[in-house]
Ligand binder design. Structure first.
Ligand code: ASP
Ligand code: MG
Length: 420
């Protein structure tokens, strides 16, 4: 059987007619190599943002089911247009909605999870020699409604399809060259990473690296799908994400990631009795607010009150405040928020077996007069919450302290390949 590849194109890679045609040529070139192709497309450019804005213009609180009906259209437009372009190149292409492609999800609108992929229709179309285009970011729920998979969800569509049809690789075509040792907009000599393990990529996606949606990495790890994240503008290789045993390099630290959209919420003077942390976090979970770091300091002496702080995405402050207000009122606790927090993290499988990494992180930040507000760690990540305006300095300082720049760093652009 010929090999099958899933090619996913992000919003900037299909933003206008020229780019859509370029994606079409790239898909066709792959097909002409003898490979069977399933392509997953995102909505063009800022389409999803515009649809969200349109919804907010007619309703302050749009119904989630209708929101999904609306948002799913962006990806359909891209697929239909791309199918037309491919047909004009003399190949047969068929576009499918997520539902037609057999992507079955749970019922949580605007952030649905894929439960199952019934890929028969895709398999049949491939067997008939068609190129299959699937609208990313969407599925059909077990209640037969259209659902979407959360921002960036087309990555997850691509990985799920790759798993379902047993594709050799899932290629994610994007507007950057791959995954970098830090955001090149902040660190100009950041290095493009040739290979990253699933575990490292999970930590990177969850601590701010925007290249791949976190869920897509989770899905890829769980189903052993190899991802190649690469540029849609040229032909050079990007970053391959694979299981740890397949990665050849074993650097101590792989990357510095950051995010600037953090806020800190502090409950001041919480009674030191069992069960309160559980109630607060349950209220937040019920309101669908994801908390990241949590700190609770012990009261100075028996019977005193403690402070409890946690971080949430900045946009979630109002929801978080609303969720904990009843508890705060009942306990007579003051709630303070600080909306201008950022987070810098270092990620690397090597730190598991190497002492002194945390010391180096804290010393480096200290030497740069950057105050650490909160700290959290995993076996392969150290994250520090710092004042939002110090994030770029913190990223640069850590990138340099761990010697992450290298010969492989972005060079003056080589001539573009045949797809530019
Ligand atoms: N169009 C959706 C978004 O902007 C999904 C995607 O691009 O992956 O989040
Ligand atoms: Mg994306």
């Amino acid at each position: 059987m010929p090999e099958t590849v899933v090619m996913k194109f992000g919003g900037t890679s299909v933003a206008d007619a020229e780019r859509l045609k370029r994606a079409a040529r790239r898909i066709v070139a792959k097909r002409e190599n003898g490979t069977r192709v399933v392509a997953v497309l995102s909505a063009r450019g800022k389409e999803t943002d515009q649809l969200i804005a349109a919804a907010n213009e007619v309703s302050p609180n749009p119904d989630p089911r209708e929101m999904d009906m609306l948002l799913s259209t962006g990806e359909r437009v891209s697929c239909a247009l791309c199918a037309m372009a491919i047909n004009d190149l003399g190949h047969r292409a068929i576009s499918l909605t997520g539902s037609q492609a057999g992507i079955v999800t749970d019922t949580s609108h605007t952030k649905a999870r894929i439960l199952e992929v019934r890929a028969d229709r895709i398999r049949d179309a491939l067997a008939e020699d068609s190129i299959v285009l699937v609208a990313g970011f969407q599925g059909v729920s077990t209640a037969r409604d259209v659902t979407t998979l959360g921002r960036g969800g087309s990555d997850t569509t691509a990985v799920a399809l790759a798993a379902a049809i047993g594709a050799e690789i899932c290629e994610i075509y994007t507007d950057v060259d791959g995954v970098f040792s830090a955001d090149p907009r902040i660190v100009p000599d950041a290095r493009k990473l040739p290979v990253v393990s699933f575990e490292e990529m999970l930590e990177m996606s969850s601590s701010g690296a925007g290249v791949l949606q976190l869920r897509s990495v989770e899905y890829a790890r769980n189903h052993g799908v190899k991802i190649h994240c690469r540029s849609s503008f040229h032909d050079r290789p990007g970053t391959v994400v694979v299981a740890e045993q397949e990665t050849m390099e074993h650097p101590l630290i792989t990357a510095v990631t950051h995010s600037t959209g953090e806020a800190r919420v502090t409950l001041k003077g919480v009674p030191d009795t069992p069960g309160i942390a559980g109630r607060v976090t349950t209220a937040l979970a019920d309101a669908n607010v994801n908390i990241d770091m949590i700190i609770q300091n012990e009261p100075v002496s028996e019977g005193h009150r403690a402070d409890m702080s946690f971080t949430v995405p900045r946009d979630d402050i109002p929801t978080a405040q609303q969720a904990i207000a009843p508890i705060a009122q009942e306990l007579g606790v003051e709630v303070a928020t600080d909306p201008s927090m950022g987070k810098v993290s270092i990620v690397g499988a090597g730190m598991k077996t190497h002492p002194g990494v945390a010391a180096k992180v804290f010393t480096t930040l200290g030497e740069n007069q950057i105050n650490i507000e909160m700290i959290s760690t995993s076996p392969i990540r150290i994250s520090c919450v710092v004042p939002g305006d110090r994030v770029p300095d913190a990223v640069r300082a850590l990138h340099s302290a761990f010697g992450l720049s290298g010969e492989d760093s972005i060079r003056p652009e080589e001539p573009f390949g045949p797809f530019s």
